[in-house]
Design a protein around this ligand. Structure first.
Ligand code: SF4
Ligand code: SF4
Length: 419
């Protein structure tokens, strides 16, 4: 009989090796906020020993970031993420979701709604008001997140993003054969608040020998729904995207780690051949660029700290490709700071639903960045939630450090090289 994913927890031998890798355990010191403690709770939930509406059970499972930082350090190969999904689906079916979560997920379920909401947010961002109101309290932090999504929070502060861009990069003089056709997964937040990252993605891929084509009728990836336990909505979005991308290109480039993790693993939500066929073509943009070399650009003498998004590092197993991309930029000094593989506390709608835990987890990362010597000018990370969360945290701490997507940096470098 199918156990819906709970079986992934079976290998746990309760050794506790995962505890130091868990941001929520480090924040509270409570065993029930650790992977080992949560595995015991999830197993008890599966067996019916704890009812799905037990407040303590919900509190500790809701407080899990789903960052999967516990997976790579586990010697027994526990599939924590799969088990958590099963548990959250059980809680979702038994209890439903809080109003705020339902409202948020309903917006992401319909293109017309998220497009309207994020278009309004972009207008608000353009007024400069979020930047002025950014701060440490809850509303100030939300404003800081919106401000951090803008160019002025990263590329703009170094004056590099204002250079007029050619529509088509100059072809590589040492013309390589085409590396294949690539469709860009547009997503929701990326397609509205981070359009410049899409532009940079397209330009850098073209400069490295890929032919980039546009595919219409795309939807939000469904990761937020899946993490909240709403598998039906996530499956419907996967099916729509699989139909849109079916048989169209060699690769599908994703520049949002959270979307990439969900789409790559789409077959577990939708058993149809379309979902697994789509998943097999998904690549993080850094993987495609790293596979191409990538072509070196012009010098950018900046100190940059690379922070690995959990859903790239732990869920997709992509470790080196973003660094190889950044290393193609002459004079860019790139480092990984202590804790750079640990979650920033963003985690989809986690920062909305669990603001206190989200900030406690973020504070640790901001401390690490603040104490770095030399201090970085920018933090580079390949996920919109991380860019906004870390950017808001840096603003709240009064640190003059920007945030940028790695492809933005490579794109600047190509601009300065005249590509
Ligand atoms: S999840 Fe893995 S590392 Fe953590 S207690 Fe279980 S076996 Fe040990
Ligand atoms: S997914 Fe992240 S927050 Fe949840 S138990 Fe694992 S390491 Fe901790």
């Amino acid at each position: 009989m199918s156990r819906g994913g709970f079986e992934a927890l079976d290998p746990c031998v309760h050794c506790g090796f995962c505890l130091p890798a868990c941001p929520t355990y480090l924040a509270t010191g409570d065993e029930s906020d650790s992977p080992r403690g949560r595995i015991l709770l999830m197993r008890a939930l599966e067996r019916g020993e704890i009812p799905a509406d037990e407040p303590a059970l919900r509190e500790h499972l809701d407080a899990c970031l789903g960052c999967r930082g516990c997976e790579p350090v586990c010697p027994a190969g526990v599939g924590y993420g799969r088990g958590l999904e099963a548990a959250r689906a059980r809680l979702h079916d038994a209890n439903g979701l809080p109003f705020l979560a339902r409202l948020t997920l309903a917006v992401f379920r319909h293109r017309v709604l998220w497009k309207s909401a994020f278009t309004a947010a972009r207008w608000l961002r353009a007024t400069g008001i979020p930047s002025r109101l950014a701060g440490n309290n809850r509303s100030g932090f939300a404003m800081g997140m919106l401000a951090a999504s803008g160019k002025g929070s990263g590329v703009g502060r170094w004056g590099l993003g204002s250079t007029p861009r050619p529509q088509h990069p100059t072809p590589d003089p040492h013309a390589r054969a085409s590396r294949g056709t690539v469709a860009l997964f547009r997503g929701c937040v990326m397609d509205t608040l981070f359009q410049r990252v899409h532009d940079a993605t397209r330009r850098t891929l073209q400069a490295n020998g890929y032919r980039v084509v546009e595919i219409g009728n795309q939807e939000c990836c469904g990761a937020l729904h899946e993490h909240a336990g709403d598998h039906r909505a996530a499956r419907e979005l996967v099916m729509s995207n699989a139909a849109a991308f079916h048989g169209r290109t060699d690769f599908i480039a994703v520049n949002s780690a959270g979307c990439g993790a969900l789409l790559r693993d789409a077959a577990h939500l939708d058993p149809s051949p379309g979902a697994s066929e789509m998943g097999s073509r998904i690549r993080d943009v850094s993987e495609l660029l790293a596979a191409a070399g990538p072509r070196p650009g012009g010098p950018l003498p900046l100190e940059v700290a690379y922070d690995a998004p959990c859903h790239l590092e732990h869920a997709q197993g992509v470790h080196d490709a973003p660094l190889r991309l950044l290393q193609a930029i002459p004079e860019l000094a790139v480092r990984r700071l202590p804790g750079s593989d640990r979650c920033c506390g963003s985690a989809g709608i986690f920062s909305l639903m669990q603001p206190a835990m989200s900030r406690a987890v973020l504070d640790e990362k901001i401390r690490s960045i603040a104490s770095a010597d030399p201090r970085p000018a920018l933090v580079a990370t390949g996920n919109p939630g991380c860019l906004m969360q870390i950017g808001a945290g840096l603003r709240a701490a009064g640190l003059p450090i920007g945030v940028a997507h790695p492809v933005e940096l490579l794109d600047w470098s190509y601009t300065s090289a005249g590509y």
